[in-house]
Design a protein around this ligand. Structure first.
Ligand SMILES: Nc1ncnc2c1ncn2[C@@H]1O[C@H](COP(=O)(O)OP(=O)(O)OP(=O)(O)O)[C@@H](O)[C@H]1O
Ligand SMILES: [Mg+2]
Length: 320
């Protein structure tokens, strides 16, 4: 079994996954409540919380799998990208466990992890496919040739789609994290109430900053009680604009590269409107869209391991 550890942002996560991609345990402890009062993740607060949670979360994953460290063959851990302090906590924990048991360590790229959420049982997707990776920090179109080769077709020029959701939620006075809140509120609103623009940038790239500004102006033009009455319509229209931007690009890319298999991964892939607008796409199960360690362990199946004790010198990276 592979023990996966993920601490790149504000989720402390550990999972046990077999070489065949079967999830034996998947524990995610979200710090969202801790950061909600600040309206976003505070990096240093996240690092300290990871430090408190990482051992209990790993213990819980082992208990859930009915396993001990003696059943673990290698340790997979997110090396980056993410918050550097947060990543270092997971990496240090992984090194310590691997070293103490003389096990190899597999450093995993978080984005490979998101894609590998599709390779888990019971319905693993086989490459090649076109993949939309839409999360809190990234929005990318990837041509996934194989388990180890992918080509970047387009990415966001400014905000990520998840960031657009989070910032929009903040403008609407909703809680953090915002994507799920907008998704929920939008179901009571009219997606055609407001005509928010979808940026047209060349190629297969995305841009969401203009959309955010359009929402800002719409909100600013409303009095407090008007905003109260229109909040669901604003959420639904804003969400519809983000979804339209994503779907248009996905269809364009699929046609351009001639792929009929499409997949969506990352936190935004949990969005109900996006899933409904792309019925032909394979989406990871909801629990595997947002950050988790099962996807990190899954990616480790195709990532080169670093033998004992060479990995003690490994460092985390905040970005590529
Ligand atoms: N139902 C939903 N609708 C829209 N957005 C959602 C939904 N659920 C979660 N999100 C968004 O997904 C993002 C979190 O996803 P994820 O955990 O994959 O991102 P991250 O790990 O912070 O970023 P990255 O993976 O790029 O490092 C947040 O921006 C959140 O608002
Ligand atoms: Mg993520």
């Amino acid at each position: 079994m592979i023990l996966g550890i993920e601490t790149s942002c504000d989720e402390t996560a550990a999972a046990l996954v077999t070489d065949e991609g079967e999830i034996r345990a998947n524990v995610v402890s979200s710090q969202a409540d801790l950061h909600a009062r600040y309206g976003g993740v505070v990096p240093e607060v996240a690092s300290r919380r990871h430090l408190e949670l990482v051992t209990p979360v790993i213990r819980e994953a082992l208990a859930e799998a009915g396993a001990t460290l003696a059943d673990v063959d290698r340790i997979a851990v997110t090396q980056g990208p993410g918050l550097i302090g947060a990543l270092l906590v997971g990496l240090a924990a992984a090194k310590a466990i691997a070293w103490s048991r003389r096990l190899p360590l597999v450093p995993v790229d978080h984005l490979d992890g998101h894609v590998a959420s599709l390779y888990l049982q019971p319905d693993p997707l086989e490459p090649p496919f076109l993949c939309l990776l839409a999360s809190g920090g990234h929005t990318m179109l990837l041509d996934v040739h194989s388990h180890t080769e992918r080509e970047l077709l387009g990415s966001t020029l400014d905000d990520a789609a998840g960031e657009a959701f989070d910032k929009g939620a903040r403008l609407l006075g909703l809680g953090y994290p915002g994507g799920r809140e907008i998704d929920r509120l939008a179901s009571d609103g009219d997606p055609a109430a407001y005509d928010f623009p979808v940026a047209r940038v060349p190629g297969l790239d995305f841009s969401f900053s203009g959309l955010k500004t359009a929402l800002l102006y719409a909100v600013r033009d409303l009095a407090e009680e008007e905003l109260e009455a229109r909040r669901a319509d604003l959420a639904a229209s804003y969400q519809a604009a983000i979804v339209r931007a994503l779907v248009e690009r996905v269809r364009e890319a699929a046609e351009r590269i001639g792929r009929d298999r499409i997949a969506i991964v990352g936190g935004v892939a949990a969005n109900s409107a996006l899933r409904a607008a792309l019925p032909e796409a394979t989406a990871a199960p909801l629990a595997l869209c947002t950050d988790n360690a099962a996807m990190i362990a899954s990616a480790a199946r195709w990532t080169e391991e670093v033998p004992y004790p060479r990995y003690l010198a490994l460092d985390a990276y905040a970005s590529r």
